[in-house]
Design a binder for this molecule. Structure first.
Ligand code: ADP
Ligand code: MG
Length: 404
């Protein structure tokens, strides 16, 4: 049987009208003779009645008293509501369907509550239901431990549920339905003329996702890439086919992709730049600094080391702790909070001269100071103050003509 996984995000399920469109996408693919596994998120966004953040707001004033295990029981409820409501709607439309929890679908995880990792998916139950002709609805974001404890997979976890199911079921494709027409060249909330991409490689979207593009979870991309399952990111609210994520050489060799040096830009805000200088008598400054960060579980990024010291970033919420830790071991760090890391990403920039020059040009023309930069084969990163973030993203998007 050809299997297709369809994943519907929060906004795709939040209203009656949207849910009717979801039914339409399911019907259309069913007519194409696919066995369908439909993964659902909680309905809507913060403030909507059954959204994950709304459920969590029920305990927001209890001072973190709920253990992670019970917290998972609360935050996984929204998906159960979505799955059962969608099951009812499908049956009302004359389509036979069943709804399963993550555990019911055989998704076994470790016991890191709130950010569990999928260990294995036991697919017999889903296969049987598909053979019987059911559309199989699965709650995203959830799993169960070997001992039967309820777990959740962390933010964006429904994307991971979908691609992990796609891999385990050897699906023909995984379709991620959301509220934008695919993967765009930039976050459309910031760059108004951001444009949907027809095609993108796993590594490009993986980079964009890791560097802040919230359209798909990076872990979900990794799983699809390992299993070589194509993904499509598309809108519930249109019939456009959206963006195909693939590594198929002939698809990526089309002239349009071949000539593309920069594919998109992404950003992460809320970071602090920390500069540490070697003090007299401290010869192994880098070692000391990064060992201290690791010991205190402070995650570090954008690391530049030089003989005289190190420059790196931490999240703003870790900044005070990082500074204290450094002072305790005898350094006098300088911290610049409220920065944003901007990434310019393109599988086609490798070996192309002048990309960095154009980035510097774009930012200088708009008077945006660059605090730090780094580059790899496929990405160039610059750190700027958050107050310049929007200007910088728009300038880079325009410089590389990404709207065209
Ligand atoms: P869902 O609830 O469907 O999972 P998300 O909010 O997680 O939806 O992801 C979709 C959102 O991601 C879009 O509405 C858009 O604002 C945001 N986004 C950020 N960067 C990008 C990008 N490069 N391409 C598309 N969407 C992006
Ligand atoms: Mg999402």
């Amino acid at each position: 049987m050809r299997i297709l996984v369809q994943k519907f995000g929060g906004t795709s399920l939040s209203t009656d009208e949207a849910r009717q469109l979801v039914i339409g996408h399911i019907k259309r693919e069913r007519q194409r003779q696919f066995g369908l596994v439909v993964v659902v998120s909680a309905m809507g966004r913060k403030g909507d009645p059954y959204a994950t953040d709304t459920l969590l707001s029920l305990i927001a004033h209890h001072g973190n008293s709920l253990p992670a295990k019970e917290r998972d029981m609360l935050q996984g409820c929204g998906e159960i509501i979505s799955a059962s409501v969608l099951c009812s709607l499908l049956r009302a439309a004359g389509i036979t369907a069943i709804a399963l929890t993550g555990g019911g679908a055989g998704i076994i995880t470790d016991n890191q509550f709130g950010r569990a990792r999928i260990l294995e998916i036991r697919t017999e139950g889903i296969h049987k239901a598909l053979q019987e002709g059911h559309v199989v609805i699965v709650t995203g974001f959830q799993g169960v431990t070997e001992a039967g404890e309820f777990t959740t997979l962390g933010r964006g976890g429904s994307d991971t549920s979908a691609t992990a199911l796609g891999a385990a079921l050897q699906a023909e494709r995984v379709d991620i339905y959301t509220d934008v027409n695919g993967i765009l060249t930039a976050d459309p909330r910031i760059v108004k003329d951001a444009r949907p991409l027809t095609i993108i490689s796993y590594s490009e979207i993986g980079n964009m996702a890791r560097q802040g593009a919230k359209v798909i979870h990076p872990r979900a991309v990794e799983i699809a890439q390992q299993a070589r399952i194509p993904l499509r990111v598309r809108s519930t609210f249109s019939e456009d086919e959206g963006t195909l994520v693939t590594d198929t050489v002939h698809a990526l060799k089309s002239s349009f992709v071949r000539d593309r040096h920069v594919t998109g830009v992404a950003h992460v805000s809320g970071v602090t730049q920390i500069t540490v200088q070697a003090q007299d008598g401290h010869t192994d400054v880098q070692l000391q600094v990064f060992q201290a960060m690791a010991k205190h579980h402070i995650s570090v990024d954008f690391i530049n080391v030089n003989p005289g010291g190190a420059v790196y970033t931490v999240f703003d919420h870790d900044a005070d702790k990082a500074v204290n830790v450094l002072q305790e071991i005898g350094y006098a760090p300088r911290a610049v909070s409220g920065c944003a890391k901007i990434s310019v990403i393109g599988g086609g920039m490798n070996g192309v001269p002048g990309i960095m020059a154009r980035i510097v040009e774009a930012l200088t023309e708009k008077g945006v100071p660059i605090l730090q930069s780094a580059d790899s084969n496929t990405t160039i990163w610059v750190l700027v103050r958050e107050s310049y973030m929007v200007t910088a993203l728009q300038a880079l998007h325009a410089k590389f003509a990404l709207h065209e």
